[in-house]
Design a protein around this ligand. Structure first.
Ligand code: RIB
Ligand code: CA
Length: 301
């Protein structure tokens, strides 16, 4: 069997985060060393509660840490209008005795990087606050980080939370700018992919019929509102960051440079093809093939 990919996941669950996490937890290709929450779709209290439950229930004994409660220098915003007040639709997390492994996610990420003895891949599904704070507090972390697969940004200066900014970039533009400036090799899963890689809720529920996860999703979807995906669909924004690692053959990786606006249009980004660029952005090769792959990665076996 191929060596499993050692990695850290940073997320703000979030309905599409919950789906992306299940794909990651279900894959034998991944060796997830740590999962860290960040404020984003909803408050850090709720993203941490969601991340803790989802990881321990569906990921097993993966350590979970609480990350940053607010952006580097801005007020926290949220997307509860899309993901529901709790961040996971109408689902109510049952009583459990799972415990957080760390209350300081930035330090937990740093410790995991130092302990690995090799570079760790990073998947980010929310604002980049934790990663920027890590690089600011521990500059040597840059040399310990492998590729960063990030659902964030837009290729063309458009947005889904404002007309010009994608949500994760808009939450903490300074954090995104800092991670880009650090020279990290970022594979961007940009906003428009979430409109191409969208799954019908009915198809997901059909595939998950009779499973506990499928039952949970039915309640999650009841409280999910995303007009970008259209009635009855889920915009699989975050899943693209995971699938790019699990199934790179489903994507074109386009070498690029990244520009981040932190002034008059905070969070506006441009990802421009550039053969000399340090980063990449993804384009989906065959949307229907990817949709099929996402469904099977959600419910393997
Ligand atoms: O713009 C989409 C991103 O914002 C996704 O990560 C979604 O979960 C929200 O965090
Ligand atoms: Ca997210």
């Amino acid at each position: 069997m191929e060596k499993r990919i050692p990695l850290i996941i940073d997320c703000d669950p979030g309905v599409d985060d919950a789906l992306a996490l299940k794909m990651a937890f279900s894959s034998p290709k991944l060796d997830i060393r740590l999962l860290c929450s960040v404020a984003g779709n909803v408050s850090i209290r709720l993203t941490t509660a969601n991340a803790l439950f989802l990881t321990k229930k569906y990921g097993g004994d993966i350590p979970v840490a609480r990350g940053s409660a607010s952006p580097l220098s801005r007020q926290a915003t949220d997307a509860s209008g899309v993901h529901g007040a709790s961040g996971i639709g109408d689902y109510v997390i049952p009583a459990h005795d799972y415990k957080l492994d760390s209350e300081d996610g930035v330090e937990a990420i740093y410790e995991a990087l130092k302990a690995a003895g090799e570079k760790l891949t990073l998947i980010t599904l929310g604002p980049l606050t934790n990663i920027a704070a890590l690089l600011e507090r521990h500059p040597d972390a840059a040399s310990l980080l492998g590729r960063v697969y990030a659902m964030i940004a837009s290729v063309d200066g458009t947005g889904n939370i404002t007309e010009y900014a994608e949500f994760n970039a808009c939450c903490d533009p300074e954090a995104l700018a800092a991670v880009v400036a650090s020279g990290a090799e970022i594979v961007f899963a940009p906003m428009h992919l979430g409109r191409v890689a969208k799954l019908a809720q009915q198809d997901i529920l059909e595939k998950g019929r009779g499973t506990e996860f499928g039952e949970m999703l039915a309640q999650i979807f009841r409280g999910y509102r995303d007009d970008a995906a259209g009635e009855g669909y889920v915009a699989m924004y975050d899943a693209n960051a995971v699938e790019a690692l699990l199934r790179p053959e489903q994507y074109d990786f386009i070498r690029c440079t990244a520009e981040v606006n932190v002034t008059d249009k905070p969070g506006q980004t441009f990802l421009r093809p550039d053969g000399e660029g340090k980063c990449f952005y993804l384009e989906i090769k065959d949307p229907s093939a990817l949709a099929e792959a996402m469904l099977s990665d959600l419910f393997p076996g």
